[in-house]
Design a protein. Structure first.
Length: 329
């Protein structure tokens, strides 16, 4: 699937809808990826989060395997694996296993944030600071495990050796841009919730990019939120589910995805509203013509090689209709 001659992909958190359970969230994600494959989207990623009652993708590699098994061609991957939470060897073994089961379909996107609160992060890893400081070395270690057989390496990833799973750097900062450029890896920027450094990061990534055995020129994939309906008014109403989710992030409350409401001002304070609106800088909500114009402008502005889309609707049928409207002739 392309828009303005640019591939489109999807990021999913496997959200748990209010009134539903985790099993239903997994079933929703299977329906979602099957729809994405039918529509021709390039890849479908799921993200690692922990201690979140409304997000079912904590065991990210397990979910990736489940989604790959339910589809045939679409690339499936992590957006991302929070590498400091894991040992590089275990990540390489997990994704080497996935790549062996589903050849040429698996992506490994990595980030350095914990994907949770600090207390849960401490439960996930035993040395928080050291894990983050070693992040660049751990990425290199993972890539070595997934690369060609090296007799000098005393420890090897089985499965993993020779699978060459594509590794992506994920981030929302200048640090991640420089790291992706230095390592010569594709870069995905989280502009869908952290827009502040988008332009600076993409400039640094492209200016400082060093060609590598993995990539000969920069490949940049920013993310946006998209919600389309038949009318602007209906889109604004349906998008209140997303607004409630974003407000829960700002207020650090773990909630399920809620149905839309008529008036958000009865729910959030002016301060939370302002914070959510900043977070939603690259959220395109409206009718087909409005959103298509905004997305085209975003692609032109960023010279994106690919765009990753998140789309939060309480009713999955509204989400499918949103993409149908966006992509119809």
């Amino acid at each position: 699937m392309k828009f303005n001659n640019i591939p489109l992909s999807i990021l999913d958190l496997s959200m748990v809808r209010e009134g539903h359970d985790f099993k239903q969230a997994f079933e929703d994600s299977v329906d979602y990826i099957r729809f994405a494959e039918k529509m021709g989207f390039n890849r479908f990623w799921v993200a690692e989060h922990h201690n979140a009652s409304g997000i079912a993708s904590s065991a990210t590699a397990v979910l990736i395997g489940h989604l790959a098994e339910k589809t045939e061609k679409i690339r499936v991957g992590s957006g991302g694996i929070m590498l400091p939470n894991h040992s590089p060897l275990q990540v390489a073994e997990a994704f080497g296993t996935l790549a062996t089961m589903y050849p040429d379909r698996i992506d490994l996107g990595v980030g350095r944030a914990p994907g949770t609160d600090q207390l849960t992060a401490a439960a996930l890893r035993r040395n928080l600071q050291q894990s983050v400081e070693q992040y660049p070395n751990h990425i290199i270690e993972v890539m070595r495990y997934l690369g060609e057989y090296d007799p000098e390496m005393k420890v090897k990833a089985y499965p993993g050796v020779g699978t060459h799973v594509p590794v992506w750097i994920l981030g929302s900062s200048i640090y991640s841009a420089r790291l992706a450029a230095y390592l010569g890896l594709p870069y995905s920027f989280a502009s869908h919730f952290a827009p502040t450094y988008l332009e600076q990061a993409m400039e640094i990534y492209r200016d400082e990019f060093q060609a590598s055995v993995y990539l000969d020129k920069p490949y940049f994939m920013p993310a946006v939120n998209i919600l389309v309906a038949e009318t602007s008014e209906k889109a604004a109403y349906l998008s209140t589910s997303f607004s409630q989710m974003a407000a829960s992030i700002v207020t650090q409350q773990s909630t399920k995805l809620r149905p839309p409401v008529e008036d958000m001002d009865k729910i959030w304070s002016p301060e939370v509203k302002q914070a959510v609106n900043r977070m939603r800088t690259y959220s395109f909500v409206g009718n087909k013509e409005e959103v298509r114009q905004e997305l085209k402008h975003f692609i032109d502005r960023t010279s994106a090689d690919e765009v990753m889309i998140t789309s939060y609707f309480y009713d999955p049928k509204d989400r499918e209709r949103s993409f149908e409207l966006l992509l119809e002739d």
